[in-house]
Design a protein around this ligand. Structure first.
Ligand code: B3K
Ligand code: ZN
Length: 873
C-alpha cells in the first residue's frame, strides 16, 4: 500500500454539479444508476482524462451523453475508472451492482438486521457507485429509492421527499432532493421497517423544522432523550454561534451495526443505536450524557463540516476539532462545567497523550496517510478541540465569535483548509498566529518544566518555564510552540495573591504566553513565597512538571480558585502517594498510604459543597492508565496493587464518611438525567464502592439491595459491578445471571453485561471472557459487541490483558486477525494496545511484538497494514 501526501494535493479536474441516483434495493444485488452532470474546471486544459473512484462494484453500463462507452475508451484498474477523452461539459451515466448483505466492513451501503443503511465518510461512497469521491467535489443530489413495499416501507435520503408512489411487483419508490451542494461523504440512504418520533422546532428566524427520530419498533420507548437533546443543541447553536438550521426536516436514524458513534449526513444523521437510544431502565447516566453530546456534535456539524467542509482529508481536524470544541462548550453550558472539563481532560491526557507517545503519533493535521479511516483519532478530535480552545482563549470569546461568524459567512458552501480558519481568527483579532500554526503540524505532547524562585529581599517571585516536545516518528526535531499558560499564585493560607508584573496588576489570574524554548516572568510585591497554580483549566494540551511539595498540593486541592486545578492538585497528590506504595510493593514491603491524602479526603468529605459532581470526581483516584502515563516503563502489576491498596486504606480510614455520603445522596424523586441527580448518584456510588472495598459484608448487602431495588440502570449497574467484582461469588453469580436473563432481548444492555464481567480484576476473568465470546449475544460482526467485550477487556482490565503469560495478547491478536477479514476499520482500532509495546518491560515487549509479527503474516487490509507496519518499524 502507498502513502498519500498533503503536498501532492491537486484540485479536481472536473466538478460534478448535479448527481442523480437511483437505487433498486436488494440485499445481495442492489442496482445503482448514477447520472452525473460534469464540468471541466476552467483552469484545466483539454485532454484531461476523467478519473473516478470505485470499489467492489460490478460495472454494468457506462455512457457519456447517451453513448455507451466502447472498450478502448476507458480503463478500470486499481479501483479507478479512467475515461480517456471527455467533453468540457457532459452527462455520465453509470449502472453498477453491489452486494450490501456481504458488506461486513460497514462502509458504503450495507445491511444491518433488516435495514439498509450507508456510511460514506470518508471514502465509503466509492463502494456505492463510480464517483470523484473527495470532499472538494460538491454537487446537489437527487436520490430515488426503489424497494419492497412490505419489507422496506420507509426509505430515506438527504433533503426533502419530492415524489413517491407505487410500482409493480409489490415495490414502491420515493425521490429525495437535497438542495445544498455536498461532497459524497455526506450522502445517506436508509431503508427499513422503521417507526418515528416526530417533533417540531421553530428556528430563531421563524422557520419551521420537522424533527424525526427513526427507530425499529422495539426501540420506540428509547427516543425521547435524543429528541430533547436535539432541540437543546439547535437552540444552543443559535445562541452561542448564531447558526440556524437550513432544511425543512432533520432526521436521525438508529442503526445497530455501526463503526463509529454517528454520522452527520446532511439532513439525515445516522447513529449507532448505542449513541442515541436511551431510557432510565436500560441506560446509565454516563450513557445519557454521551448521547446528549453526540446528538449535539452531529447537529453542530451542519455548519462546521457540512456548510463549510474540508478541502481534503488532511484537513479533517478543521471540522472535527472545531465540532468537538463546540460540543464540549455545549456540555459545559448545559451540565456541570467543571466536571465536563475534568472528564474531557482526563480522557485527553491519558488516551491522547498515549497516542502521541506511540508509533502512530501524528499531527492534528497529518501530512501523509495510507488509510484515512485510521485517522479518526483522539489527536484529530480531542487535541484538535484543544487547539481551537487555545485559539478562543488567545483571541477572547467575543473576538472568537466574530471570527467564527466571518468564517461561516466567507466559506459557506466551500471546501477549505485549516489555514482558512486560523487566518480568519488572525484577521479579526489582529494577532500573529504564525507560530500558533505549529500546533497543527507538529506531533507529540509538549513537556513543560517549571521552576519557581522566591527572592525575599526583593519581594519577587521568578517563574521560569521551559518547553520541549519529544521526537515522534518522522519528526525528530521540534520547534517551540505558542503555549498559553493560565496561572495564579496562592499564599500559604490558600488566599489568591495579586499578580503584579512590571508594576501593573493582573488580578489573581493571568495567561502567560510561552513562545520561546525558555522564558521567565517576575511577579512583584510578594511578602511570602507563593505556591503556583499552573495551567489552570488545562489551558494547553501539555504535560507539566513542577516540583510541588505534598503540602502545596493539598493546599491547591483545597483553595485554588480554579476548579480544574483543585481536582488536578488532588490527582497529583494521589499520584505521589501511589508512587510511595509502588516503591514499597517492588521492595516487597507493606504499602502504606500517605496520611496527608487521607486527611485531605476527610476534609473533602466533611466540607459543605455546592458541586457534588466535582466532589465525586475528586474522590476518584487517578486511573491505572493515567498512572501508567507517568512511568517510563509501565509497571502494570505495581500500579494495580498500589491502587487497590490505596482504595482499601481510604475505605478503612474514612468508612463513616463514605457511609454518611452514601445515605445522604439517596434520591426519592423519579429518575431524571439532570445534572443534580447525576451528581448525587455519582457521589453515592463512589461512596458505596469504597465501602465495599473494606471487604465487609454489610456494604455488599447494600449493593445487593440496590441491585434488586432496580430503580435505574445507573444504580443497578454500579451495584452489579461491585457484586460481580467481589470475591463473594454467592452474591455476584446470581446477580450476573439474573441480569443476563432479564436483558437477553436488549443488545445494548447485554453490552453492559459483557463489560461488567470482563472488567473483573481477578485472574479467572480470562475463562469468563472466553465463555462470553461464545455467548449467543456476542458477534464479531457487530462493532458494539466487539467494543463492549474485547475492547473493554483490553483497555480497562490492564492487569489481566497484560498478564505475563501473554494470554491476553494472544487473545487480542486472534480477534484482530478475524476482524481484519470482516471489518478492517475496527481491526485497526482494536489492535492499538499491542502497538504500544515499547512502553513495557522486555518480556512483555517480546510477547506483544510476537503477536504483531503473527498478525503481519496475514494478508492485511490497508487499515491494519498501516498500523502494524508503523508499530513494527
Ligand atoms: N464524521 C463522522 C466520522 C465517521 C468516520 C468513520 N470512518 C463522525 C463524527 O465525527 O461526527
Ligand atoms: Zn464529528
Amino acid at each position: 500500500p502507498q502513502a498519500i501526501y498533503l503536498s501532492d494535493y491537486q484540485p479536481p479536474a472536473y466538478q460534478v454539479t448535479r448527481t442523480e441516483l437511483t437505487f433498486e434495493l436488494d440485499p445481495h444485488a442492489t442496482r445503482v444508476r448514477a447520472r452525473l452532470h460534469l464540468e471541466r474546471h476552467e483552469d484545466q486544459g483539454q485532454g484531461e482524462a476523467l478519473v473516478l473512484n470505485g470499489e467492489h462494484l460490478t460495472t454494468l453500463e457506462l455512457a457519456i451523453d447517451g453513448q455507451t462507452l466502447k472498450d478502448d475508451e476507458y480503463r478500470i484498474e486499481n479501483e479507478r475508472l479512467t475515461i480517456f477523452r471527455v467533453p468540457e461539459r457532459f452527462v455520465l451515466d453509470t449502472e453498477v451492482e453491489i452486494d450490501p448483505a456481504a458488506n461486513t466492513a460497514l462502509e458504503g451501503l450495507y445491511v444491518s438486521g433488516s435495514m439498509f443503511c450507508t456510511q460514506c465518510e470518508p471514502e465509503g461512497f466509492r463502494r456505492i457507485t463510480w464517483y470523484p469521491d473527495r470532499p472538494d467535489v460538491m454537487a446537489t443530489f437527487e436520490t430515488t429509492i426503489i424497494g419492497d413495499r412490505e419489507q422496506l416501507p420507509v426509505m430515506l435520503s438527504n433533503g426533502n421527499p419530492v415524489e413517491w408512489g407505487e410500482l409493480p411487483d409489490g415495490r414502491h419508490f420515493v425521490t429525495w432532493q437535497d438542495p445544498h451542494p455536498k461532497p459524497s461523504y455526506l450522502f445517506a440512504l436508509v431503508a427499513g421497517e422503521l417507526e418515528k418520533l416526530e417533533d417540531r422546532f421553530t428556528t430563531m428566524s421563524g422557520r419551521e423544522v420537522t424533527l424525526q427520530l427513526w427507530v425499529e419498533a422495539r426501540n420506540t420507548d428509547k427516543t425521547e432523550w435524543a429528541m430533547e437533546s436535539l432541540k437543546r443543541a439547535m437552540r444552543w447553536d443559535e445562541q452561542a454561534y448564531g447558526r440556524e438550521y437550513d432544511l425543512d426536516r432533520f432526521m436521525i436514524v438508529a442503526v445497530d451495526d455501526f463503526n463509529m458513534g454517528a454520522m452527520e449526513n446532511k439532513g439525515l444523521n445516522i447513529f449507532n443505536s448505542a449513541a442515541v437510544l436511551a431510557n432510565p431502565a436500560t441506560t446509565t447516566d454516563a450513557a445519557f450524557q454521551r448521547i446528549d453530546t453526540i446528538v449535539a456534535h452531529e447537529y453542530f456539524h451542519n455548519w462546521s463540516g457540512n456548510r463549510v467542509t474540508c478541502r481534503d482529508w488532511f484537513q479533517l481536524a478543521l471540522k472535527e476539532g472545531f465540532t468537538v470544541f463546540r460540543d464540549q462548550s455545549y456540555t459545559e453550558d448545559t451540565q456541570s462545567a467543571a466536571v465536563a472539563r475534568i472528564q474531557n481532560v482526563a480522557m485527553l491526557r491519558t488516551a491522547q497523550f498515549a497516542e502521541d507517545a506511540g508509533p502512530t503519533a501524528h499531527p492534528v493535521r497529518p501530512d501523509h496517510f495510507i488509510e484515512i479511516s485510521n485517522f479518526y483519532t483522539l489527536t484529530i478530535y480531542e487535541k484538535g478541540a484543544e487547539v481551537v480552545r487555545m485559539l478562543r482563549n488567545l483571541v477572547g470569546p467575543e473576538t472568537f465569535r466574530r471570527g467564527s461568524d466571518r468564517y461561516f459567512e466567507r466559506f459557506d458552501g466551500q471546501a477549505v483548509r485549516v489555514e482558512d480558519f486560523v487566518a480568519t481568527m488572525a484577521e479579526v483579532s489582529g494577532l500573529d498566529l504564525d507560530q500558533f500554526m505549529r500546533w497543527y503540524s507538529q506531533a507529540g505532547t509538549p513537556q513543560l518544566s517549571v521552576q519557581g524562585e522566591y527572592d525575599a529581599t526583593a519581594r519577587q517571585y521568578h517563574l521560569t518555564i521551559a518547553q520541549h516536545t519529544p521526537a515522534t516518528p518522522g519528526q525528530p526535531d521540534k520547534q517551540p510552540l505558542h503555549i498559553p499558560v493560565r496561572m495564579g499564585l496562592l499564599g500559604p493560607d490558600g488566599a489568591s495573591l495579586e499578580l503584579v508584573v512590571n508594576g501593573e496588576s493582573h488580578g489573581t489570574d493571568t495567561v502567560l504566553a510561552l513562545q520561546q524554548e525558555r522564558q521567565s516572568w517576575t511577579f512583584e510585591q510578594l511578602d511570602v513565597a507563593p505556591v503556583p497554580s499552573l495551567l489552570r483549566g488545562f489551558s494547553a494540551p501539555v504535560q507539566l512538571d513542577y516540583n510541588w511539595s505534598r503540602d502545596d498540593l493539598a493546599l491547591l486541592m483545597r483553595f485554588d480558585e480554579d476548579g480544574f486545578n483543585r481536582w488536578d492538585g488532588g490527582q497529583r497528590l494521589a499520584l505521589a502517594a501511589l508512587e510511595d506504595m509502588m516503591v514499597a510493593w517492588r521492595a516487597n514491603e507493606s504499602m502504606k498510604l500517605d496520611g496527608r491524602l487521607i486527611e485531605a479526603w476527610r476534609g473533602l468529605l466533611n466540607s459543605p459543597t455546592d458541586d457534588r459532581a466535582v466532589l465525586a470526581e475528586m474522590l476518584r483516584l487517578p486511573t491505572e492508565a493515567w498512572i501508567a502515563e507517568q512511568q517510563s516503563v509501565v509497571d502494570v502489576d505495581a500500579i494495580h496493587a498500589a491502587r487497590e491498596a490505596a482504595i482499601s486504606q481510604l475505605a478503612d480510614n474514612l468508612y463513616v464518611d463514605f457511609e454518611r455520603t452514601y445515605h445522604a445522596n439517596q434520591l426519592d424523586a423519579p429518575y431524571a438525567p439532570t445534572p443534580e441527580q447525576i451528581a448525587a448518584r455519582s457521589l453515592k456510588n463512589v461512596a458505596l464502592g469504597y465501602m465495599v472495598a473494606t471487604g465487609e459484608r454489610e456494604p455488599l448487602m447494600l449493593a445487593q439491595a440496590q441491585f434488586e431495588a432496580d430503580h435505574n440502570m445507573t444504580d443497578v449497574r454500579a451495584a452489579l459491578t461491585l457484586l460481580a467484582h467481589s470475591d463473594a461469588s454467592e452474591l455476584g453469580d446470581p446477580a450476573i445471571r439474573a441480569f443476563g436473563e432479564r436483558w437477553a432481548h436488549d443488545p445494548l444492555v447485554m453490552d453492559q453485561w459483557f463489560a461488567t464481567q470482563v472488567t473483573r480484576p481477578q485472574q479467572d476473568v480470562m475463562e469468563r471472557l472466553k465463555f462470553l465470546m461464545e455467548h449467543q449475544a456476542f458477534s464479531l460482526k457487530n462493532p458494539n459487541r466487539v467494543r463492549a467485550l474485547i475492547g473493554t477487556f483490553v483497555n480497562s482490565n490492564r492487569v489481566n490483558f497484560h498478564r505475563i503469560d501473554g494470554e491476553g495478547y494472544r487473545l487480542l491478536a486472534d480477534v484482530v486477525i478475524e476482524l481484519n477479514q470482516l471489518n478492517p476499520e475496527i481491526a485497526a482500532r482494536m489492535v492499538t494496545p499491542l502497538t504500544r509495546f515499547r512502553r513495557f518491560d522486555e518480556q512483555r515487549q517480546r510477547l506483544m511484538r510476537a503477536e504483531l509479527e503473527r498478525i503481519r503474516q496475514e494478508p492485511l487490509s490497508r487499515n491494519l497494514y498501516e498500523v502494524v507496519a508503523k508499530a513494527l518499524a
